[in-house]
Design a protein around this ligand. Structure first.
Ligand SMILES: C[S@@+](CC[C@H](N)C(=O)[O-])C[C@H]1O[C@@H](n2cnc3c(N)ncnc32)[C@H](O)[C@@H]1O
Length: 401
């Protein structure tokens, strides 16, 4: 069975993406009661352990032992360039240590997963000058995994710019059949020059981490990136919102936003208003030289969604055309659409909880891409080699070999 356990499950968007490609969730964990409530509304609570991952780590036998894949979309707070950058030494992003404690325990009893998938922000690659991610690859290596790192941006799949890093660790015997391995008996430079092609999925940051750490157990997956995204902001905004909806901001609030825009953005807005159709832009407030500025993007993509911890992190939408413009916050449902979530997905009734549910979740079609391009082929390979082994065992027993 294509089984997986999801750590840091949140509202379950990893599950949402994987289950569309034949994967069954056998276990899930998160610490947040609010996230659990949304998860439960959509998937039920059968496999969900609402707990601190450190408590799970002290008794990992509660995780089903024959689980093929572990996924962990662990907290980005200490890795994000917007945060304090404590890195993996930080309390929140450091919860990855609990995952490794679980993997070590599973290793000791011979039931480690065949594949582990980590997801985090791009800051993971630069945290402590790349040392944090290299240390993570080393820890996987010590447990008998070969590791690849790829980067995917939600903008290739939906109307949101959301660059993310995915670390894929594959158990040695499976990696030998599915990855190009940097084995200790090979010259790193020769191996690396053979596979260091102009790859869309591995930026110079990833390549530099690999080449600066030649002694780590790297395994490179062969991947095709043939994706064409046509979804833009105009496709995900609420279409039937009345002009007198209370969601639209008052003139006073609108003027305040306007006063925070720089000249270039004001010119863009004037141009948008002249249009004979509506056009859309999103705005984030950012501190620039000690001043709060309203920065608008009009390229058809929303900026990266975040959880609204401070007042400024909710994303603002501007609709302009026919000589006028209006402003409101994006709604939680629009957040969900930007994460590629189906319309029938149940969101929290409370708007703020809705922003929290979607703001730090994963983009579903990105997970689907990973399922199709990476996880399904890994599983198929595993199954085929097991069948071959079964056949040879039976043949030996029957005296045919
Ligand atoms: C980046 S979010 C993952 C979101 C998830 N992939 C989704 O689709 O909703 C990180 C998650 O880690 C959870 N978390 C933070 N600290 C935790 C801990 N100590 N134990 C378990 N979960 C934790 C948070 O509640 C949050 O849901």
């Amino acid at each position: 069975m294509k089984s997986f356990a999801e750590f840091f499950a949140g509202v379950g968007l990893v599950r949402e993406g994987l289950s569309q490609h034949g994967w069954s969730c056998v276990w899930a964990n998160d610490i947040s009661k609010d996230k659990f409530n949304t998860y439960n509304d959509n998937f039920g609570d059968e496999h969900f352990k609402l707990a601190d991952i450190w408590d799970v780590a002290s008794d990992s036998s509660i995780i089903p032992s024959s689980t093929f894949l572990y996924t962990a979309s662990f907290p980005c707070t200490d890795l994000s360039v917007a945060g304090g950058r404590a890195g993996l030494a930080g309390v929140e992003s450091g919860t990855i240590d609990a995952l490794f404690k679980i993997l070590e325990a599973k290793c000791r009893v011979g039931t480690k997963p065949n594949v582990v998938l980590l997801e985090n922000v791009r800051g993971f690659l630069t945290s402590h000058g790349g040392e944090d991610v290299a240390e993570t690859v080393k820890r996987f290596g010590d447990l008998g995994y070969f590791t690849d790192i790829i980067e995917l941006d939600a903008r290739d799949f939906s109307a949101q710019s959301r660059p993310r890093v995915f670390v894929v660790a594959v158990q040695e015997s499976l990696a030998m059949q599915t990855m190009k391995l940097n084995k200790n008996d090979e010259v790193f430079d020769t191996w690396w020059s053979e596979i260091n092609s102009n790859d869309y999925l591995r930026s110079h940051r990833v390549k530099s981490i690999i080449s600066k750490n030649p002694s780590l157990k790297w395994g490179i997956l062969e991947l095709d990136f043939d994706v064409k995204n046509t979804i833009r902001l105009k496709d995900i905004v609420e279409k039937d919102l009345q002009d007198d909806s209370p969601l639209w901001w008052s003139d006073e609030r609108k003027s305040h936003l306007f006063s925070q825009m720089n000249l270039n953005h004001i010119k863009d807005l004037e141009l948008m208003q002249k249009g004979e159709t509506y056009s859309y832009g999103t705005v984030f407030r950012r501190m620039r030289k000690g001043k709060s500025m309203a920065e608008m993007r009009t390229d058809g993509f929303a900026g990266c969604l975040r959880t609204p911890r401070g007042g400024s992190s909710k994303q603002i939408l501007i609709q302009a055309g026919f000589g006028d413009w209006k402003v409101r916050l994006l709604t939680p449902r629009e957040y969900a659409r930007l994460q590629g979530v189906r319309e029938s997905f149940i969101l929290p009734e409370n708007t703020n909880k809705g922003y929290f549910a979607m703001g730090d979740a994963v983009c579903v079609p990105v997970i689907e891409f990973i399922a199709k391009q990476i996880l399904n082929p890994l599983f198929d390979n595993y199954k085929m080699s097991n069948k071959a082994m079964d056949f040879s065992d039976k043949a030996k027993t029957a005296g045919m070999l």
